[in-house]
Design a protein around this ligand. Structure first.
Ligand SMILES: Nc1ncnc2c1ncn2[C@@H]1O[C@H](COP(=O)(O)OP(=O)(O)O)[C@@H](O)[C@H]1O
Ligand SMILES: [Mg+2]
Length: 256
């Protein structure tokens, strides 16, 4: 069974189609400079679809673009608006609207135990510690991790830590979740299980990945190249073009 098959068999929740008006993400006249070098330039971009993939070579600007969407990074010029909130003016409010799953779990996890890690975001959003601990337990149960709440994060494998990151981010139910190459270090079965869980999430998702099979069921794929949008459209259109580009870059002949 391929990852695409796994995704196709995921529960049929509202995972495709547009968000309601004003609920998505918009960029206007955005430029990001890092150390005097322009690393991203996007004149006009509206992200309203529920499943959006970001592809592109290393250094093309995927992480930069994702970081703009939850206020981790502010644009040097231009505006980013998330669910009606302009990121410069409402930076503090964005994390409640937009969860961010980092590529490296060790950049995200800060508490000694799994239960504390998941409960933290819930308390931040107003839950009492008792209610947060109960919800953390329920979420762990729901994802096949019963009894993990007292486990030390340091004793988990990479894949298990990645799962805790995802659960900690989705626990407070932010309307948008961003994933920055979340599967890069996972083995295939863990990846497939994750893919299935993600597919079932009701949130708007924007995900950077090199694993294109994940994008088969997505609404839209954006190809970044050297800090600019090179192509943007349905996965069936964009992915073959990027694969052809990759083959050419790698010096693989076109008459396969
Ligand atoms: N903290 C930083 N300081 C300086 N340059 C950076 C920093 N982070 C990223 N860059 C540069 O920005 C460009 C885009 O990087 P990034 O968004 O991380 O790309 P991707 O996620 O597609 O690999 C790259 O040229 C990278 O070197
Ligand atoms: Mg990156």
């Amino acid at each position: 069974m391929t990852i695409a098959d796994t995704l196709a068999s995921a529960p049929a929740v509202a995972r495709r189609g547009p968000c309601a008006d004003g609920e998505g993400i918009a960029l206007q006249g955005v430029e990001v400079y890092r150390a005097d070098r322009r690393v991203l330039a996007i004149s006009d971009l509206s992200l309203q679809e529920r499943r959006i993939g970001l592809i592109g070579n290393n250094g093309s600007g995927k992480s930069t673009l994702l970081r703009l969407m939850n206020g981790l990074l502010l644009p040097t010029h231009g505006q980013v608006t998330v669910r009606g909130l302009e990121s410069r003016r409402h930076r503090k409010r964005l994390p409640a609207e937009v969860g961010f799953v980092f590529q490296n779990p060790d950049h995200q996890l800060i508490f000694p135990t799994v239960g504390e890690e998941i409960a933290f975001g819930l308390v931040e959003r107003g839950s009492t510690p008792v209610a947060a601990a109960a919800k953390a337990r329920a979420i762990l149960d729901e994802h096949g991790c019963s009894g993990w709440e007292d486990r030390a994060v340091a004793t988990l494998s990479g894949g298990q830590r990645q799962l805790v990151c995802v659960l900690a981010v989705i626990a407070p139910e932010p309307p948008i979740v961003l994933f920055d190459e979340p599967f890069a270090s996972l083995d295939l079965p863990t990846r497939m299980a994750f893919a299935r869980r993600l597919q079932a999430l009701p949130q708007q998702i924007v995900m950077a990945s090199h694993d294109f099979t994940l994008f088969d069921n997505f609404d839209r794929v954006i190809w970044l190249d050297d800090g600019a949008i090179r192509a943007d459209g349905p996965p069936a259109e964009i992915l073959p073009d990027y694969l052809a580009f990759a083959r050419t870059s790698a010096g693989i002949g076109g008459e396969a």
